[in-house]
Design a binder for this molecule. Structure first.
Ligand SMILES: Nc1ncnc2c1ncn2[C@@H]1O[C@H](COP(=O)(O)OP(=O)(O)O)[C@@H](O)[C@H]1O
Ligand SMILES: [Mg+2]
Length: 356
């Protein structure tokens, strides 16, 4: 017994497998959500009998299992049959028909996509897909800039189920009539988890991620409290990882409530958006904005170049717009003034998640 009793020895870690805390880590088991899984299965089932499947719009706020449940269903389909191909595409990353078409071809192992037009690529994909049945999941579909690809798939692929995921129910309501009437989608809402469900999911992830017994009970309870309040499982995963890092950095063998409180202080909108969805360029731009509160876009571009940014002003503007669309930053157009109109960009007045 000594002062070092509660200290980590060098080389020791609180984490067993920190990857299990990644937002897009695929857990072996889905906890609960059995009704949701059943309804998705019913949409897909006709494909197994070589009939056309049903389509569905899955909606609900972020961090409540929409992506993981749909991906889990795709995994089941893949394990059970070779007759049904499953395709998952995130429209935050692939936000135009051209990008979707390339992605489709690549997923189907067709690699000669260079210099081909969108229609050509879609035709290639359709030819392959019409030999089998297919389940599509288009995640964050509201982030797609246009829906040409969806229309094309609806028209020309015979045996399919299309599942569209969105945080915005309004997106589905405002859908173009041409697509709506062909889609005839069933709507399925994901409701936020209650306390019990939240605790169950986080406990399960904790079991994979951490060495047994490193969490003080009160500290873990505080993670659950905050996650229940924010209604987003991702915030719980973030808090577990950060608290673990903070405790580890001070060399402690236990994660304590103070560590969680420090982690809560760091929680913001940016930290819980799946980081893999933000490419390095966008993260770089976001950092510039963070470091220069309330700046004009032209000034920011100068800083961007000073720090080694290489893209054109147009591309830079597009990154800024993307960040604003996703509420990582705010932009305000100012007209008139001595330099004509400009855009004021700000990070500081975006509400932190903990303030909602
Ligand atoms: N029922 C569940 N079982 C296991 N893990 C879950 C469950 N629901 C959510 N998660 C986990 O919580 C995080 C957020 O879920 P996700 O599916 O990405 O949310 P959404 O797509 O609704 O924004 C993911 O890391 C996911 O693995
Ligand atoms: Mg998702």
């Amino acid at each position: 017994m000594g002062v070092f009793e509660n200290m980590l020895k060098s080389g020791e870690s609180l984490f067993k497998d920190p990857v299990a805390l990644d937002y897009d880590y695929m857990p072996k088991l889905i906890r609960g959500r059995t009704n949701e899984q059943k309804r998705i299965a019913l949409c897909i089932k006709p494909l197994d009998q070589k009939r056309n499947g049903a389509n569905m719009v899955v909606f609900g706020q972020s961090g409540i299992g929409k992506t993981v449940v749909c991906n889990h269903m795709l995994r089941i389909v893949e394990e059970e049959t070779d007759e049904i191909i499953s395709i998952y595409i995130n429209c935050w990353q692939k936000n135009t028909s051209h990008k979707v078409a390339i992605e489709l071809c690549e997923k189907l192992d067709y690699r000669l996509t260079h210099n081909k037009k969108t229609d050509e690529l879609l035709d290639i994909a359709k030819r392959i897909l019409n030999k089998v049945s297919v389940v599509f999941v288009f995640d964050e579909i509201d982030k797609a800039e246009e829906l040409g690809f969806l229309y094309s798939i609806l028209e020309d692929i015979y045996r399919k189920s299309i599942i569209l995921i969105t945080n915005e129910i309004k997106w589905a309501e405002n859908l173009d009539q041409r697509i709506k009437s062909r889609l005839m989608a069933e709507m399925m809402e994901f409701k936020p988890y209650n306390r019990e469900e939240t605790e169950d999911i986080l406990k399960y992830r904790k079991g994979y991620a951490f060495v047994g017994g490193v969490w003080e009970e009160s500290a873990f309870k505080s993670v659950i409290d905050k996650t229940v309040e924010l209604k987003d499982i991702r915030s719980g995963l973030y808090l577990m990882k950060e608290s673990g890092n903070i405790a580890e950095n001070r060399g402690n063998k236990k994660i304590e409530i103070d560590d969680v409180e420090k982690a809560i202080g760091k929680l913001d909108n940016f930290s819980i958006k799946s980081s893999s969805l933000l490419d390095d360029e966008i993260k770089f731009v976001l950092n510039i904005v963070k470091k220069n509160p309330q700046a004009k876009i032209g000034e920011l571009y100068e800083k961007y170049k000073e720090e080694g940014g290489e893209k054109t002003y147009k591309t830079f503007q597009r990154s800024i717009k993307k960040l604003a669309d996703n509420k990582f930053i705010s932009i305000k157009k100012i007209t008139g003034g001595s330099e004509g109109s400009t855009t004021l960009v700000d990070y500081s007045n975006i509400k932190k998640l903990t303030e909602f």
